[in-house]
Design a protein around this ligand. Structure first.
Ligand SMILES: *[C@@H]1O[C@H](CO)[C@@H](O)[C@H](O)[C@H]1NC(C)=O
Ligand SMILES: *[C@@H]1O[C@H](CO)[C@@H](O)[C@H](O)[C@H]1NC(C)=O
Length: 444
């Protein structure tokens, strides 16, 4: 454990009785009701029209200016066009209620909605039907990834984003950069079947991210550096890239990250830690209760990741990583076995624990487990030592007992592609087999 983490552990959090992985209270300080009671700023009073043509950008900026020091900005139900991007900068104790559907019509890069330097903020849909339709296919069909991201938060403290639907971003869907004490939940994110269209990316402190569905072909819910005290649970990667840590480079500083109840279907991996060279650490990580079906990789620690160029340094040091209760099946276990651990030879992994792990192949009748420079317990990991070692592979030709695991009735059967409009989904009732959302879905 690093010294800086000890300092944040003392806040008055015990009363809520939740989750050890967090270091303190998350979410806005004051309720939407109290914000709305103070002041309500409907975009319709600032020139917006629900005609799918009039630019929502300037009215939203004006409504924000009027309510940013305390109040609720409301986008009522109806269809709006967003032609110019909006930065919601500063203020505090405000909420943004998106009950309408916002269609991107502008073509600039950047972020359609960018929230920064603010606190006590809630961005949500009161009906669970509010959505932002990025119409990314208009770019993607031309082979272009140059369009905007949908939503980005930077330097935001005590906030929540919930019950919103983000669709077909031209680039990333939702990034949280250097934020703290946030809660993100009840979100459906659906993008094109391409790399570069990340679902949720977070590099922040003390965050609770739960009940999220992501369809795309890149990051599902991914943690980047620096990050600490992040709890991610009830995640449905419904035809995605899958969840990951990374990619990690120089001076990586990641600690106390827990993923729990992650269901991954038809993705690149169930969980990946990806780097190639670099330095720093990722430690005190827990990946528990994972179910996978139809994925290429399952557990994939790749510190020689070929999709990034090698960065100077001996490697990012992984310590104290627990993988427990993984079940299900992988697409082809002889091609890509369910455990692939390739730690940096210059910084071997230590204290890795793999337990209660049972997965089996959907194709053929054998699968492999591979370990390189990793120490700890379970499967092909070496129990003791600290020197690098070459990859050791074992092959098994019988299914482990207890591998079978539930599927979700709603698993996507065909990708959305990148050339035609992607329909706005409704919020799923559940994000993990047998689990109900931790907070009731809005409008349910
Ligand atoms: C390992 O990480 C877990 C999860 O963050 C933590 O609870 C535990 O204290 C860590 N163990 C050590 C020896 O630091
Ligand atoms: C997964 O994607 C499919 C296709 O969009 C959708 O029908 C289904 O509702 C999604 N699953 C969930 C739980 O949202």
């Amino acid at each position: 454990m690093h010294f800086s983490q000890i300092l944040v552990g003392a806040t008055a959090f015990l009363s809520t009785g939740v989750v050890a992985q967090l270091s303190g209270t998350v979410g806005p300080k004051t309720s939407v009701a109290s914000k709305t009671a103070k002041k309500k700023c409907s975009v319709l009073d600032y020139g917006a029209k629900a005609d799918k043509t009039t630019d929502l950008g300037p009215p939203l900026a004006s409504a924000f200016a009027a309510c940013k020091t305390g109040g609720t900005i409301v986008i009522p139900s109806g269809d709006y066009a967003l032609k110019t991007w909006v930065t919601l900068n500063g203020g505090s104790a405000w909420a943004l209620q998106i009950d309408g559907i916002i269609y991107r019509t502008g073509t600039a890069g950047g972020n359609m909605i960018f929230i920064e330097h603010t606190s006590d903020v809630e961005v949500f849909s009161s009906t669970g039907k509010g959505a932002i339709q990025g119409n990314g296919y208009e770019f993607h069909a031309q082979g272009s990834r140059s369009g905007p991201r949908i939503l980005r938060t930077y330097d935001v403290d005590r906030f929540s984003v919930h019950d919103l639907i983000l669709v077909d971003s031209p680039a990333f869907h939702f990034s949280m950069d250097t934020c703290k004490n946030g809660e993100v939940y009840n979100m459906a994110i659906r993008g094109g079947n391409w790399g570069g269209l990340d679902g949720v990316d977070v590099w922040s402190t003390n965050m609770w991210i739960h009940d999220i569905m992501v369809t795309n072909k890149d990051e599902c819910v991914t943690v980047k550096s620096p990050s600490t005290n992040i709890l991610i649970e009830n995640i449905y990667c419904n035809w995605s890239g899958g969840c990951a840590l990374g990619s990690l480079g120089a001076n990586t500083a990641i600690s106390k990250i827990q993923y729990k109840n992650v269901y991954t279907w038809n993705s690149n991996q169930m969980m990946m830690i990806k780097s190639n060279g670099g330095s720093g650490y990722a430690e005190d990580l827990v990946f528990e209760n994972f179910i996978g079906h139809g994925n290429a990789y399952s557990l994939d620690i790749d510190q020689y990741w070929s999709s990034m160029s090698t960065i100077a340094g001996d490697g990012v040091k992984l310590t104290n990583v627990t993988m427990k209760n993984w079940k299900g099946t992988e697409a082809n276990g002889a091609q890509r076995g369910p455990i692939k651990i390739a730690c940096a030879d210059g910084a071997p992994c230590t204290e890795l624990t793999i337990s209660d792990f049972a997965m089996w192949t959907e194709t053929g009748s054998k699968q492999t487990y591979t370990c390189r420079s990793g120490y700890g317990s379970g499967f092909c990991l070496k129990a003791s030592g600290s020197a690098s070692y070459a990859a050791v592979t074992s092959t098994v030709s019988a299914a482990p007992s207890g591998y079978s695991a539930a599927t979700m009735a709603d698993d996507l059967k065909t990708a959305f592609g990148t050339t035609v409009s992607i329909p706005i989904p409704t919020m799923p009732a559940s994000f993990f087999p047998g689990a109900t959302p931790i907070s009731a879905l809005a409008g349910s």
